[in-house]
Write a protein that binds this ligand. Structure first.
Ligand code: ATP
Ligand code: MG
Length: 280
């Protein structure tokens, strides 16, 4: 992903791969797989590098509307340097109706032209979490239509659950690069992260040292890389009367949902039902 972020500044011959020339990087993965956590890490690192333009999280919050997203994005542009600030000022002076226009028009008439004043020798990153949580279609329309008109050094990184209405809109767009590495699934590309997380959590408990290596391995296999599953089980164990016995029960539980497909929802449902059935 870092190569992709900085590829816009590279020589054309070095960035021949078509995915490096795309404008938007989409991480589409299962519920609870760690998408938001990944994006928080990206925001932290790009902020440290001084290249984070704006970020948009927490769409379930009432305050978090597409209009607010535009406000955050325009503020981000204005804080880059005097040149971009002046460009935004001039656009608004020419057409004051833009201050109260809808997000789509603001994006097209303010963000796209003002972004052309961004310094061309640096990358800039805009992050958007959980497209699936956004009810307003307009955000998807912005990502689908005007985003390719942004300068190539302004890159968008977004996450979403793989919902059909989102995938259909973005899948065929040439400016969208889909992350090829699944955060979950049998290949368990995040197994190392999950092992560190689980070991730390178990070390903080009184029963952690009683969980054998083979049970830990079984726990990793059963999670299939779904962080939310692991976090939910570990939270539950901390409150259980006999955590070791409870853990073995969960690992032994043979849910038919478990092997159905790569979707984490039925697995989490099954886990929640299991845990709830034990709550008196
Ligand atoms: N790399 C990680 N290290 C530590 N904890 C993690 C990591 N990834 C995810 N988690 C934990 O797993 C849980 C689920 O992660 P997260 O919220 O990022 O998933 P998500 O894919 O965004 O879920 P959703 O589909 O509900 O938006 C959280 O409790 C988070 O703290
Ligand atoms: Mg999330």
């Amino acid at each position: 992903m870092w190569t992709w972020i900085h590829s816009a500044m590279e020589d054309d011959t070095l960035t021949a791969a078509s995915e490096l020339k795309t404008q938007m990087y989409l991480v589409a993965d299962a519920v609870g797989s760690g998408k938001s956590s990944l994006l928080h890490t990206i925001c932290q690192r790009t902020h440290q590098q001084g290249i984070l333009l704006a970020s948009f999280f927490d769409q379930m919050n009432d305050q978090s509307t597409v209009s607010n997203f535009l406000a955050v994005l325009i503020r981000g542009l204005c804080s880059v340097d005097e040149h971009v600030l002046q460009s935004v000022g001039e656009i608004l002076c020419k057409d004051s109706s833009l201050t109260s226009a809808g997000p789509q028009r603001q994006f097209q008439a303010i963000v796209v032209p003002a972004a052309k004043s961004l310094p061309p020798d640096r990358a800039f990153v805009l992050t958007i979490d959980a497209l699936d949580e956004e009810d307003d279609e307009v955000l998807l329309i912005i990502l689908r239509d005007p985003v390719p008109h942004l300068p190539p050094n302004l890159r968008v990184i977004a996450t979403t659950r793989s919902e059909p209405h989102i995938m259909q809109r973005l899948k065929t767009r040439p400016h969208v690069h889909f992350c090829l590495h699944s955060l979950t699934g049998p290949s368990n590309s995040n197994r190392q992260d999950l092992t560190i997380y689980t070991t730390q959590r178990l070390n903080d408990t009184e029963f952690g040292d009683k969980v054998s290596e083979s049970v830990r391995d079984e726990f990793m296999d059963k999670s299939e890389g779904v962080f939310l599953w692991a976090a939910t089980v570990l939270n539950h164990l901390e409150r259980a009367y006999d955590p070791i016995c409870e853990l073995k029960d969960i690992l032994k539980g043979r849910s038919a949902h478990w092997v159905e497909d790569g979707n984490a929802v039925p697995r989490l449902d099954s886990l929640y039902s299991d845990i709830l059935s034990k709550v008196k």
